[in-house]
Design a protein around this ligand. Structure first.
Ligand code: BTN
Length: 281
């Protein structure tokens, strides 16, 4: 081999880094935000979990708005450490670093805000009727299309950093999902019958998120919760909620100022829940 001929491995590495740059550049070129995704976009062809990379960056001092994206995740995860199906070149796997001035118990507000932004981005770019399901899910009908995984580190009584992990199923076909979740899962392509641009959807999400985040900082949580209630069809529904402390039955009556769910049981007593899995009954 002559000196200026590349080995297959070198060519492969060059292709990867060029593709990395193109993906990040595509987002930069299109993105109309002031802060989010405007400094560093860390783009991986493959990584275990974008949340892991974002947490490392946050610990090293990365500022609010730094974004991590991946073409594929080898150990994508959801709430309660459930696996998140993350095949190559099909869907959005993104993690955003935030440093909000909030007490840790208010973190659920950011999950609610993220769900609103993800649903609104899906509605405005794809035309699909996306709805939010407390606390972390975005649905089309009764199938999940996107999920949110918030992880954070706290110091005394403030949040040091927060990582918002967002997975949106964009171009996966039904067969991609394990049988056990296939009936409950969907993607933009499954709903519309055609592939959709991940860049367009991710950029819209970041723009809507930034707009809602600014509203939240200027005017508080109330406008966000009003919007969230307009995007859910769970209010007034009879549900079973499984939490780490047990299961509860009741009617959903509200989401409070912290983003906690309020349910009322048959006896009329109300319970405030911080996290859990909802099933309609
Ligand atoms: C859930 O619905 O349980 C949350 C799913 C969150 C998936 C996203 S994909 C990007 C980020 N990296 C991860 O490993 N998880 C989140």
């Amino acid at each position: 081999m002559t000196e200026n001929k590349m080995t297959t491995k070198q060519q492969h590495l060059q292709d990867i880094s060029e593709r990395d740059l193109i993906l990040a550049q595509e987002i930069r070129d299109r993105l109309c935000t002031s802060v989010l995704g405007k400094q560093d976009i860390h783009c991986y062809m493959s990584t275990d979990s974008t949340n892991n990379r974002a947490k490392e960056l946050a610990v090293a001092g990365a500022s609010e708005g730094v974004l991590v994206i991946a073409d594929e995740q080898t150990q994508g995860r959801g709430r309660f450490d459930r696996p998140w199906v993350s095949p190559k070149a099909e869907n959005i796997y993104a993690s955003l670093i935030l440093r909000p001035s909030l007490p840790p118990e208010a973190a659920s507000r950011i999950v609610i805000l993220t769900a609103v932004a993800a649903a609104e981005a899906l509605i405005s770019t794809t035309g699909l009727t996306a709805a939010v399901k407390w606390p972390n899910d975005i649905l089309i009908g009764n199938r999940k299309i996107a999920g949110i995984l918030l992880e954070m580190d706290t110091e005394m009584d403030t949040i040091d950093y927060m990582v918002i992990g967002l997975g949106i199923n964009v171009n996966s076909a039904a067969g991609r999902f394990p049988k056990i979740i296939r009936e409950k899962t969907t993607s933009v392509m499954m709903e519309t019958g055609k592939p959709f641009s991940r860049t367009i959807l991710l950029c819209r999400f970041l723009e809507v998120f930034e707009h809602r985040y600014n509203t939240f900082r200027e005017s508080g949580f109330e406008p966000i919760i009003v919007r969230w209630k307009a995007l859910t069809n769970m209010m007034g529904k009879q549900v079973l909620i499984q939490t780490i402390n047990g299961s509860y039955k009741g009617v959903i009556v509200d989401v409070d100022h912290n983003g906690f769910l309020i349910i009322r049981d048959d006896q009329g007593s109300e319970k405030c829940l911080f996290a859990g899995d909802i099933t309609l009954i």
